[in-house]
Design a binder for this molecule. Structure first.
Ligand SMILES: Nc1ncnc2c1ncn2[C@@H]1O[C@H](COP(=O)(O)OP(=O)(O)OP(=O)(O)O)[C@@H](O)[C@H]1O
Length: 549
């Protein structure tokens, strides 16, 4: 990836580097102020099966939700009509509603508190597969609820048998005050610390009124002190959400964590985690040390993109008997995003972005992507000096700055976030109505797959959004893939791009930019079909082949 980078990876090294010594008191104060943000439901031994509400926690977990999280938008039909393909041994048909899925009653209540009325297409397919004990590789468009697709069934399954499988912890089997070692039942690994915290929040909500205790560990986060990661682990942990570098760091200190009870491992943004930089740490986490290698341990992989090489590695990890679940074409996007690809001289980018931002009305939140940290900082200075409400975050900034930038952006104090690849994957902020690719991702920076993740910060869960991309003469390496993607989702392809890809005759002949029509042929199935195949591993999946551009 670019130097914008993720948490660790080349990160195992970075992980520690990013812990620049920061004054203990500053951290302690910040974490005390954030106490509420780390609170989880404390289940006591004396509760029966369904414990009482904790009003303060309920308010803090759910009442602010509508202000910060994406809610289902008005264009879910765009997602609902995509082709659903479920392949692999033991495939099961999708569910229609949460109520039909056989979920634990507390999970159903928590979904209601989250405001989730019905499962999204990927949830309809993944929830029954996991409840049926199948391993899953899931690929669906950005912002379509993949995180909950995994969390809901896994947590629901464990809710019923916590006492049989979980490690004792203070208050639940161990005398209070006894230091315990975390022995998680679930580990969720994700490339960035921001995403780890976001998934932790998600898990906190879905674990409300259950015995399951989530803990989040990430590079750059404080280990010592009352709210530090050591103390959190020492209180017991059933669901561990982690960035790989920090997790390896803790696995080297086995007095804190053991993986011997692990029942479920999830790789979120799996294609990134299975890429060259990450493969070794991931292998070590899943198979090294005292990892539970019993056949009852299940692996789940999800992402919006699976390039061919990541798919091959994924299949090696999963073995033969897994369900491959794809919504639409693998690594594609959806048509709730309106695109504007602007041809521009690279020297004019700064002025043009300023013009755009100062002219616009009705844009709630904007994310601007640059390819490097240096460019981010420069653009931040420039736009800040022009009095625009900008905030900047990237992997070169101290952890507290990163957290505070995210908070300001989420809470609407700053409407424009300037960032790098660190924000491209998974981040879910309500009302991001526009993404600007100030720099296009080059092939070395992930190319079209990175583009798909970046634009996916808008138009999430049936909402609509805009993506503006500055295209300079340095971006020719993404042109062909870009044209294919735009046509697939029925978006206009600008003339300059058609000429670049297809030569000067393309525009005159009128054979370009026909949008989605041609694709129904290319991908075999008309939209809206559900295909459930039980024995697909003999033959390559059509999506995987089509994905190889
Ligand atoms: N069934 C549902 N109904 C309404 N909202 C939902 C539902 N499931 C998830 N959401 C919300 O949709 C948003 C997007 O979900 P999520 O972040 O899991 O998407 P994703 O597919 O993982 O995206 P990405 O590919 O960018 O990682 C979140 O705000 C989540 O709370």
């Amino acid at each position: 990836m670019s130097d914008a980078g993720f948490d660790s990876g080349p990160q195992v090294a970075n992980d520690n580097m990013s812990e620049a010594p920061i004054d203990d008191e500053i951290y302690a104060a910040a974490y005390a102020a954030e106490k509420e943000n780390f609170a989880t439901y404390e289940f006591l031994d004396e509760y029966g099966d369904v414990p009482p509400h904790d009003e303060e926690l309920r308010r803090s977990l759910f009442e602010k939700l509508a202000e910060t999280l994406t809610l289902e938008g008005e264009h879910m039909e765009v997602l609902n009509t995509l082709n659903v393909q479920i392949e692999g041994r033991g495939s099961v048909p999708p569910i229609k509603s949460f109520e039909d899925a056989g979920l634990h009653p507390v999970m159903l209540e928590n979904l209601y508190l989250c405001g989730y009325k019905r499962p999204s297409p990927i949830q309809q397919a993944v929830i029954p597969a996991i409840l049926n004990d199948n391993e899953v590789l899931a690929c669906a468009q950005t912002g379509t609820g993949k995180t909950a697709a995994f969390l809901i069934p896994i947590l629901s399954k464990l809710m019923g048998k916590f006492k049989e499988v979980a490690a004792p912890r203070p208050g639940l089997g161990l005398p209070t005050g006894v230091i315990c070692r975390a022995e998680p039942l679930i580990v969720i690994i994700t490339p960035t610390r921001e995403l780890a915290l976001q998934i932790f929040d998600h898990a906190r909500r879905l674990c409300y009124r259950t015995m399951l205790r989530p803990v989040c560990i990430f590079g750059g986060g404080y280990k010592d002190g009352e709210y530090g990661q050591d103390a959190q682990l020492n209180k017991g942990c059933d669901i561990l959400i982690a960035t790989p570098g920090r997790l390896i760091d803790y696995l080297n200190r086995p007095q804190f964590i053991s993986m011997r009870r692990l029942k479920y491992a999830v790789l979120d943004e799996a294609d990134e985690l299975l890429s060259g930089d990450w493969e070794d740490p991931i292998t070590r986490i899943l198979f090294g040390g005292d990892a539970n290698l019993d056949c009852d341990r299940k692996l789940f992989l999800c992402s919006a993109t699976f390039p061919e090489d990541a798919l091959i590695t994924a299949e090696e990890y999963l073995g033969r008997d897994f369900n491959m679940i794809t919504i639409g074409r693998m690594s594609s996007t959806h048509s709730n995003i309106e695109h504007n690809i602007m041809e521009i001289d690279f020297r004019d980018k700064r002025d043009r972005v300023y013009e755009l931002l100062s002219e616009q009305v009705n844009v709630k939140r904007t994310v601007i992507f640059c390819n490097t940290k240096v460019e981010c900082d420069r653009l931040d200075d420039f736009l800040y000096n022009k009095q625009l409400p900008v905030i900047c975050t990237h992997s070169g900034r101290p952890q507290l700055d990163r957290e505070s930038a995210m908070k300001m952006f989420r809470e609407g104090e700053k409407a424009i976030l300037i960032t790098t690849a660190v924000f491209a994957r998974g981040m879910d902020v309500r009302d991001v109505t526009q993404v600007i690719n100030y720099d296009m991702p080059s092939a070395a920076q992930g190319g079209i797959n990175e583009f798909v993740h970046r634009i996916g910060r808008t138009a999430r869960m049936g909402n609509v959004g805009h993506a503006i991309s500055f295209f300079t003469d340095r971006n020719e390496d993404i042109a062909e893939d870009l044209v294919k993607l735009l046509r697939e989702v029925g978006q206009p392809v600008p003339g300059f791009l058609e000429i670049l890809v297809e030569g000067p005759g393309a525009v005159e002949n009128g054979d370009a930019g026909e949008g989605i029509e041609g694709l129904d042929d290319a991908f075999g199935e008309p939209n809206g079909n559900v295909t459930v195949e039980d024995d697909a591993f003999g033959a390559p999946a059509p999506q995987a082949n089509d994905d190889s551009w």
